[in-house]
Write a protein that binds this ligand. Structure first.
Ligand code: AMP
Length: 190
């Protein structure tokens, strides 16, 4: 994570780091990923992703590129085959560890957007969410949840405020939205 207030992006242009599923998931989620990729391109923004061609991760990058967006993929060497490295990416960064992957994705991003995903997506989301609430960065952290995929997790998180394990401010560090337009609007906020 970069420090709070540090200037992001080579040209100040929005670069959205998208976290999402890497496993086969129902078609509607793949379409959602495509919609996000297209929306990023329409705004003249850039995408940074996990650098795989599979599932939602592959689709968001394909759609972003099809719309003319620059895409950067960051993939650990040992996942190059499993997640089918996105060799079409404008920049494909092959790293040694998951930690390096996340670090480079962070360094490129001006905003983080999580789509429906599994435990890998949650791991990535929680890191940027928690580091935002403790003040290590001030980039938007957005969760796009159109159909309640994350409802149990969000209910549990709200319960932490009731029981005293989390502050209300820490929950407010995450922007939860239900449609692509709102998600991208939240990503574009300085
Ligand atoms: P999943 O949500 O489980 O489909 O995983 C989504 C993506 O998160 C996949 O590309 C995983 O390789 C990636 N991932 C899982 N754990 C980590 C981690 N600790 N650091 C970085 N990426 C991860």
């Amino acid at each position: 994570m970069t420090q709070h207030g540090e200037k992001q992006g080579e040209t100040g242009r929005v670069t959205v780091c998208v976290y999402c599923a890497s496993r086969p998931v129902p078609e509607r989620y793949v379409r959602l990923a495509a919609e996000v990729g297209t929306g990023i391109a329409e705004r003249g923004w850039r995408l940074v992703s996990g650098g795989g061609r599979v599932s939602m991760m592959g689709e968001v990058a394909r759609a972003a590129r099809a719309g003319g967006a620059r895409t950067v993929g960051v993939i650990p060497r040992e996942l190059v085959e499993r997640e089918v490295a996105d060799t079409e990416a404008d920049e494909l960064l092959v790293v040694d560890t998951m930690r390096e992957r996340k670090g480079l994705m962070d360094a490129h991003a001006t905003a983080f957007l999580a789509l429906p995903g599994g435990i890998g997506t949650c791991e990535e989301l929680f890191e940027v969410w928690t580091s935002r609430y403790i003040g290590m960065h001030a980039k938007p952290v957005v969760l796009l949840d159109p159909d309640g995929h994350y409802r149990p997790l969000l209910d549990w998180s709200r319960g932490l405020v009731e029981s005293g394990f989390a502050s209300r401010e820490s929950l407010e560090a995450l922007t939860v939205v239900e449609d692509v337009e709102s998600a991208l609007r939240a990503c574009g906020v300085e």
